[in-house]
Design a protein around this ligand. Sequence first.
Ligand SMILES: C[S@@+](CC[C@H](N)C(=O)[O-])C[C@H]1O[C@@H](n2cnc3c(N)ncnc32)[C@H](O)[C@@H]1O
Length: 224
Amino acid sequence: MNSPEFDQYAKQYDHVLGEAIPESLNEDGYFAEYKVALMASRLRTHKPKRILDFGCGAGRSLPYLEKYFPESELYGYDLSSASLEFAAKRVPRAMLFSDWNEIAAMRFDVVIAANVFHHIPVSERLKALTQCRLILAEGGQMFLFEHNPFNPLTRWIFERCPFDIDAEMLKMRSALDMCREAGFNSEQHGYTLFFPRQLAFLRGFEPWLKRFPLGAQYYVQMAS
Ligand SMILES: C[S@@+](CC[C@H](N)C(=O)[O-])C[C@H]1O[C@@H](n2cnc3c(N)ncnc32)[C@H](O)[C@@H]1O
């Protein structure tokens, strides 16, 4: 799906997403926060100076980036300028861009791409990931979060979500291959989101389950 289509959804992004997820599974903010919390726990004591939210959209991750990384400079990039207007309202201190040329020369300690790559046409994904590697500062790291196509509930929600109509899910195996092709030298990965709200007390076990391809989403942490 390209930017004009996302421009259409910018105003009601949260609402459209909420409608696609059944009430029993919907936890406003949880899905955005868990990614940033996971990233923070994997970065441990590392304090990134600059963080780029690649494909930040309407800025759902930005408040959590602000919460978990209060000292970092926050940047967002998205093709959809209409979405960036909402992101700017969410976190006014974030610096937002829709033109890659404006950030291509900058260097970031961390880049996060949350549910972005399944919206990028397959033929353009490697180029996008390579661009993300090239803007990393020395020792910088990239975190990619994607839906797990092997989880039936994820598939069901994906098929109901209007802005996923033209999207194509990215298997973890393909993401790992792409990460090597893009020139990253090391990666760590795992499946996440195994338990719904009703079983939230079990979420502490998720790191031990990360090899089981049943989590609703997965992450790949890359370094060059
Ligand atoms: C499902 S939304 C996710 C937004 C945000 N990351 C989040 O977690 O809420 C996907 C976003 O990816 C953006 N996008 C699609 N292709 C892109 C590309 N090639 N470069 C940057 N952003 C892109 C879309 O405009 C859209 O805002």
